[in-house]
Structures are given as structure tokens and as C-alpha cells.
Design a protein around this ligand. Structure first.
Ligand SMILES: Cc1cc2nc3c(=O)[nH]c(=O)nc-3n(C[C@H](O)[C@H](O)[C@H](O)COP(=O)(O)O)c2cc1C
Length: 382
């Protein structure tokens, strides 16, 4: 794949689509039900326009942000996505390395295909760990212990998925954290030889989720792990559990999936240091608010808690809009996944460098000297 030809994130998306079989690309790209929220995440950015200021002598711009005492070179980081190894072999490590090289953070999912320890040791870059509170408190406490021992700096607890959403593309393709080998899936695989040989044949079929392996009998296969993730969702979770997780972790903790002022307040009361405004990339509750629409009320309710956001970020201008509306940083989902699925670590690096250049250009045209300077006055709601 010639990723240098990709001038924006959409181009990387097209390259990823070309390299992956449909069943895999649909898993990466798709959303829940009618994909209303998936589209709304993108369309929401159009409701906000810039109010540029002129002649500000801003030849150099500072893109850095400081979160929980750590300084990042750019105001965006790679967010948690599960099963990354189905797109590119050892993709978690490729993404973590690309992030470290770009001075961006990396978040490892509970459902990663490389372990907490492997990714922890793979770079000296700043890493966060995302916890799915599957099963019980002992499960959560054990993963927290491992993430602490491996030097992860912040814990993101994803709470929008304690009940399962429904992705109809996956249902049609019979993809459920494992591939059903129907004749059309086999044919599709054969038509994507680069993916077939490097990921499927080279990796020995469906990648496993090593973080959950110790909760299963020795030698459990990927299907058993997929079943674990389905059967151990815990819809009885409550804010009390969040307070428990904060005590176990001790460090900075963010609740991921918040879309309302009410829950932002409850997150703070439970001891969270921050929230991630997120609708899981439109993969859970279809018809929910676009994240950029929910951002202002969450920022207002969050007080001094750190507000991060994800959902539909494909342009530097999207990122700058969110920062101007009060987010402290942006998490990337599909943007860097497209890159890694198209071309591994260089593809992820390309996605990050495209976004860095775009953020810098927007700041320049907006008359800003730094990300820190951004504020509500840079934005009009239309
Ligand atoms: C393929 C895929 C897998 C994901 N897996 C996880 C996960 O394991 N944990 C999690 O908290 N969020 C997961 N998410 C949601 C992302 O963290 C993030 O909220 C979302 O992708 C942001 O939207 P965007 O992809 O449009 O940027 C996943 C998203 C995608 C696309």
C-alpha cells in the first residue's frame, strides 16, 4: 500500500477497505442498527463554524497539552479498540509505537490482541489502559493490578457497553468476535491475499485476547474468549462500582461513554478524575447524541474534571472545534485504525501526521499561537 498517496484520513479509509475482507472492514467501520449516530458524529461538526482572528503574528504554533501531569506533543491520542490484531498482526504494538513516535498517548483495550505486559514493554511512550468491567470485581481488580505493574498512567472505564448494542453489518456477516467461515467469507479472504497470509494464515486464525486468557481454562481458543466477553457483561453495574475501581486503581481514572451533564456529575461524585464524552463510535445506542453535541453540557457539569471526547474525528478541524468547546483532548478510533489496517505502523503514523498537520494549519488560519489559547469565542454555532 502506498500510504504516502493518502492526503487525508478518508484516503486511508479507502486503502484499509481495499486491503481487508468485507467482514473485517465492516467490523471496523460499522455502527449500530441504522447507523444514525455513526453519521451524526460526523455531521455534528458542521453545526459549529470557526471565528478566525487576523494578524496575530502566529508563525509558530504550540500543539502540546498536559493531562494528569504528562505533556503530549499533540492534543489527540489513540483510543481503545478491541481485536486490533484482526486488521494487522500485532496491531496494538504497531499503534503504540506510532503513537510514541508522534508524542501522542496510546490506550490499550481490555479486548486487545497483545497483552497488557507486551504492549507496556513495547515503547516508552505514555499508555493508558481501558477497562471493560466484565464479570466481577475480582476480574477488574486483577486487570487493574496488571496495568499498574506495567506502567499504564490512567484508567479509562468504558460503561456504555454493559448492555450489548447491535451492529447489523456484523450480524449479516455472522461476525461476533470470531469469523464464521461461510463460502462467501472464504472467497472474500482469498481475494485479499495480503491480509489472508499475514493476519489469518500467519497469525493462526482469529487472534486471541490475552488479557482475559487467565480467566479461562488453559489453552482456551479465540471462540471461548469471544464467548467470555459476551456472557460476562454485567448490566447490574452501578456508580458504587466506579468508586471501588477508583480505590483499586489509585491513579487518574476516566469514565468513558458519558453523554449527559447528569452522568458527568455522578462520575465526579464517584471519584473519577475525568470523563470521555463518547457514544462508542455509534456502535451502541443508535439515535444517541453526536458527541460534539453532548460536549458543551458535559463541560459545564464537569467542573475541574478532565473532559476528553471521541467519535467521528477525521479532520484537524474536528479536533480544534472540540478543544475550543472545552475538551482537553481527543481520542482517535477509526482514524488510526484505518491507517494500521492499510499499512501497519507506517499507516498509523501517517494518520497521526496528517492530523497533526491539519490541527497546526487550522490553528494558523484561526490566528492562534497554541492549543491552550483556544476558547468558545473561536466557535459559532450555526
Ligand atoms: C473496531 C472498534 C473496536 C472498538 N473497541 C473498543 C474497546 O475495546 N473498548 C472501548 O472502550 N471502545 C471501543 N471502541 C470505541 C472507541 O474507543 C471509540 O469510542 C470510537 O471508535 C470513537 O469513534 P471513531 O471511531 O468514529 O473515532 C471500538 C471502536 C471500534 C471502531
Amino acid at each position: 500500500m502506498n500510504i504516502d498517496k493518502a492526503v487525508n484520513i478518508s484516503d486511508l479509509g479507502r486503502l484499509a477497505q481495499r486491503r481487508l475482507p468485507k467482514v473485517i472492514f465492516d467490523f471496523l467501520d460499522g455502527g449500530a442498527e441504522d447507523e444514525i449516530t455513526l453519521r451524526a458524529n460526523r455531521e455534528g461538526f458542521d453545526r459549529y463554524r470557526f471565528r478566525p482572528r487576523l494578524l496575530t503574528a502566529n508563525a509558530k504554533r504550540d500543539l502540546s497539552v498536559t493531562l494528569f501531569g504528562e505533556t503530549f506533543k499533540v492534543p489527540f491520542m489513540i483510543g481503545p479498540t478491541g481485536l486490533n490484531g484482526i486488521h494487522w498482526r500485532h496491531a496494538d504494538i504497531a499503534l503504540a509505537k506510532a503513537a510514541a513516535d508522534a508524542g501522542a498517548g496510546f490506550t490499550l483495550s481490555t479486548a486487545s490482541t497483545s497483552s497488557i505486559e507486551e504492549v507496556g514493554a513495547s515503547t516508552s511512550g505514555i499508555k493508558w489502559f481501558q477497562l471493560y468491567p466484565w464479570a466481577d470485581r475480582a476480574f477488574c481488580a486483577r486487570l487493574i493490578e496488571r496495568a499498574k505493574a506495567s506502567g499504564y498512567k490512567a484508567l479509562l472505564v468504558t460503561v456504555d457497553s454493559v448492555n450489548a448494542g447491535r451492529r447489523e453489518r456484523d450480524a449479516r456477516n455472522r461476525f461476533a468476535h470470531e469469523v464464521t467461515l461461510t463460502p462467501s467469507v472464504v472467497l472474500d479472504g482469498l481475494m485479499h491475499p495480503d491480509w489472508l497470509f499475514s493476519v489469518w494464515v500467519g497469525g493462526g486464525g482469529m487472534p486471541k485476547m490475552p488479557n482475559v486468557a487467565e480467566f479461562l481454562p488453559p489453552g482456551a481458543n479465540a471462540a471461548a474468549m469471544a464467548e467470555f466477553t459476551r456472557s460476562r457483561r454485567n448490566p447490574m453495574l452501578s456508580w458504587d462500582d466506579m468508586a471501588f475501581l477508583k480505590r483499586e486503581w489509585g491513579g487518574p481514572m476516566l469514565i468513558k461513554g458519558v453523554l449527559t451533564a447528569e452522568d458527568a456529575r455522578l462520575a465526579r461524585e464517584a471519584g473519577a478524575d475525568g470523563v470521555v464524552v463518547s457514544n462508542h463510535g455509534g456502535r451502541q445506542l443508535d439515535g444517541s447524541l453526536a458527541t460534539i453535541e453532548a460536549l458543551p453540557e458535559v463541560v459545564e457539569a464537569a467542573g475541574d474534571a478532565v473532559v476528553m471526547i471521541d467519535g467521528g474525528f477525521r479532520r484537524g478541524s474536528d479536533i480544534v472545534k472540540a478543544l475550543a468547546l472545552g475538551a482537553k483532548g481527543v481520542l482517535l478510533g477509526r482514524a488510526t485504525l484505518y491507517g494500521v489496517a492499510a499499512a501497519g505502523q507506517p499507516g498509523a503514523a501517517r494518520a497521526l501526521s496528517i492530523l497533526q498537520a491539519e490541527v497546526d494549519r487550522v490553528l494558523a488560519l484561526l490566528g492562534c499561537h497554541s492549543v491552550a489559547e483556544l476558547g468558545r469565542h473561536h466557535i459559532a454555532e450555526v
